[in-house]
Design a protein around this ligand. Structure first.
Ligand SMILES: Cc1ncc(COP(=O)(O)O)c(C=O)c1O
Length: 354
């Protein structure tokens, strides 16, 4: 499918101060958009970013057929825009689409759409170390209909937002015993908008108690660790790493997958298995819990300082040597400073779109 490109004559690029980017509030001049109607995706295009008229009965607003992805484009040393494992996001979007009864989006068009948008918005990638252009592909049901069934018309859109340098600071987690994020057979594995809606209130409660994020536990016993806010989680106990296995209730994080490879490459043993919060509390008490960190696109690696669990506080660590080394490696690979031995990076643009 040919992507048509219409450029704005009214760029806002000059108005953005790259030293002071309002996180999540600055948007580039264009978006990629594609419509699903009559059983097929059609009319892929890059257009000036604009409001989209929405019918009040649009099904996404009522029944929540809405999914999304999150990824970043970084600049290489030669100032060429790069994408990190975009095919993984394309495939995860389609896994989410299948779970939510939505049409799959052609994975090559997903990557081509990203490239076309990044090519047009190259000037928006902040140059400072640790900065990136955040890319948000998403799909929602725009058919106006009142009634419970899969919609028949959808939009797939990619918007972009410059993100300033992010410095990971240690975080405190609240192990949540009352609310849950996901149960087996539910939608936890999908990047469905509703999962995030359900997490807002518990996160507010955790913050009101002085914590940064919720540590989600399993739905049946409130015992098995699942993941954190918008991150997967790793623990280092007695020199070895463990992370919860993908049991159907945990998002298949692309950073998680990459960190497993990086840790193994650095000689560590990584085991994916069920992990109880009791086991982590005991390891901390016995002095065997050496490090813990979250992994996700937004922050890279977030070092975990402590975990509040009822009246107990599980003290994790004050130093994060392996977490920092992994964070440095990830950032260096993303900017071409470290050899991309895994073949994760892809040029974000092709001449055809510039
Ligand atoms: C619930 C949840 N878990 C984990 C992650 C980390 O996934 P990734 O590493 O692909 O960003 C995210 C972010 O997308 C998330 O929203």
């Amino acid at each position: 499918m040919n992507i048509t490109i219409t450029k704005t004559s009214d760029s806002k690029l000059d108005s953005i101060d790259f030293d002071n980017i309002p996180l999540g509030r600055a948007f580039t001049d264009h978006m990629f958009i594609c419509d699903y109607a009559d059983g097929k995706w059609q009319n892929p295009r890059v257009t000036p970013l604009e409001l989209i008229p929405t019918h009040p009965a649009a099904m996404a607003l009522h029944y929540g057929q809405a999914i999304f992805e999150g990824m970043k484009s970084t600049l290489s040393r030669k100032r060429e825009p790069l994408l990190f494992r975009p095919a993984e996001n394309a495939s995860r979007l389609n896994a989410s689409a299948r779970r939510m009864g939505m049409p799959e989006f052609p994975e090559d068009l997903f990557v081509e759409g990203l490239k076309a948008l990044v090519a047009v918005e190259q000037g928006w990638i902040p140059p400072a170390d640790g900065s990136a252009l955040y890319l948000r592909p998403f799909m929602y049901a725009d058919e106006p209909f009142i009634g419970m069934r899969a919609a028949t018309s959808f939009k797939f859109i990619i918007i972009a937002s410059p993100a300033g340098p992010f410095f990971s600071k240690p975080v405190k987690l609240w192990a949540e015993k009352n609310y849950i994020r996901a149960a087996a057979g539910g939608t936890g594995e999908a990047k469905a908008a509703g999962n995030y809606a359900a997490a807002i209130r518990p996160t507010e409660i955790a913050k009101s108690k002085g914590f940064d994020q919720v540590l989600w536990l399993d739905a049946n016993e409130h015992t098995y660790i699942q993941e954190v806010g918008t991150m997967n989680i790793f623990f280092k106990i007695n020199g070895q790493f463990i992370t919860p296995n993908l049991d159907g209730s945990v998002l298949h994080g692309i950073t998680r997958k990459s960190v497993i490879d990086l840790l193994k490459h650095k000689g560590y043993t990584v085991t994916e298995r069920p992990i109880t919060i009791q086991e982590i509390a005991e390891a901390a008490q016995n002095g065997n819990l050496e490090e813990a960190f979250g992994t996700g696109t937004a922050v890279g690696i977030a070092y975990i300082q402590e975990i509040g669990w009822g009246d107990d506080t599980i003290k994790v660590s004050e130093t994060y040597p392996v977490g920092e080394a992994i964070n440095d490696s990830l950032n260096a690979i993303k900017t071409g400073l470290e050899e991309d031995v895994f073949g994760w990076m892809m040029p974000a643009t092709t001449k055809e779109f510039v």
